[in-house]
Design a protein around this ligand. Structure first.
Ligand SMILES: C[S@@+](CC[C@H](N)C(=O)[O-])C[C@H]1O[C@@H](n2cnc3c(N)ncnc32)[C@H](O)[C@@H]1O
Length: 271
């Protein structure tokens, strides 16, 4: 199964269906951001704390798997030099739409979040990566690539799903009868029976993967990042999400790429 190809179709379909994460921001939100007032999301509800952002003026910024006309236009209006990189042409079209409507400059490229080969080393000062790595089978290369394309001192803002969401029998989520069923790490392809996978594929819904916290957080530190912030978030009560009644099931992290240290003792270069 070509996961990336299927998920491209599925996210294009989400745009056609008006899914919440595909809806473009308003002109008012863009104009507010031009005046320095904005809120953007890495997770379902809580805005990213303002102190998490570096100075955005002219900052080379990668919105990674973050198309949909939401975060990129706001960051561009706030002064950043934004590139959107996403797998779904229709999601990317949402960013083009806002850019054209509101006179913003946003570059876009289509591709896979786990392979940023088209960007040189040290290309960005900020990467904004909302909850989207649940759509790739392996998250480790994503962190490694983020580290490579961020310059030393650059900031990685990431949202991701607590894998606890994937423990339960998916078919029972809606009526709230949550039965622990799946072992983590979770994969739609490995854990669901064939007919269930077929149902997802036929309905053009995205295939999902529940990565361990070791891969999510340890993956960042192993790639060379230092964590400088973390919060949890969840759905609203009105979203009727049974797991969210018990705990917050999304996380956001702020991480910094450590600088390259050069030790020179007495000008001799020896230790
Ligand atoms: C939940 S949406 C996130 C974007 C949204 N603007 C937000 O606020 O969260 C997930 C995004 O991940 C993208 N995506 C899924 N698989 C991808 C992949 N392998 N590489 C790059 N982007 C991918 C989808 O096309 C979609 O735009």
């Amino acid at each position: 199964m070509d996961v990336r190809s299927h998920n491209r179709t599925a996210w294009d379909r989400n745009v056609d269906d008006g899914n919440r994460w595909t809806q473009a921001v308003s002109t008012k939100a863009v104009n507010d951001a031009r005046d320095g007032r904005f809120e953007i999301l890495l997770t379902p509800r809580k805005p990213v704390p303002m102190e998490w952002f570096p100075d955005l003026g002219g900052l080379s910024t990668l919105c990674l798997a973050s198309a949909g006309g939401q975060q990129a236009p706001i960051l561009a209006a706030a002064g950043a030099n934004v590139t959107v990189f996403d797998n779904s042409p229709k999601q990317i079209e949402q960013d083009h739409y806002v850019a054209q409507r509101d006179g913003l400059k946003i570059q876009t490229k289509e591709g896979n979040m786990a392979d940023l080969a088209r960007f040189p080393d040290d290309a960005f000062g900020l990467i904004f990566h909302p909850c989207s790595n649940c759509f790739v089978p392996n998250v480790i290369p994503v962190w490694q690539e983020c580290h490579r394309v961020l310059r030393p001192g650059g900031v990685l803002l990431a949202g991701f799903v607590n894998p606890v969401r994937y423990l339960f029998d998916d078919e029972r989520k809606e009526n709230g009868n949550m039965e622990v069923r799946y072992r983590l790490p979770y994969s739609d392809l490995d854990h669901l029976d064939e007919s269930h996978v077929r149902e997802i594929v036929d309905a053009e819904r995205p295939l999902e993967f529940g990565h361990t916290l070791e891969d999510q957080i340890g993956g960042q530190t192993n790639a060379g990042f230092t964590l400088t912030g973390l919060y949890e978030d969840g759905y609203e009560e009105s979203d009727n999400d049974p797991v969210s009644r018990y705990m917050s099931t999304f996380l956001a992290t702020r991480a910094v790429r450590q600088g390259n240290l050069l030790f020179v003792v007495n000008g001799t270069g020896s230790w």
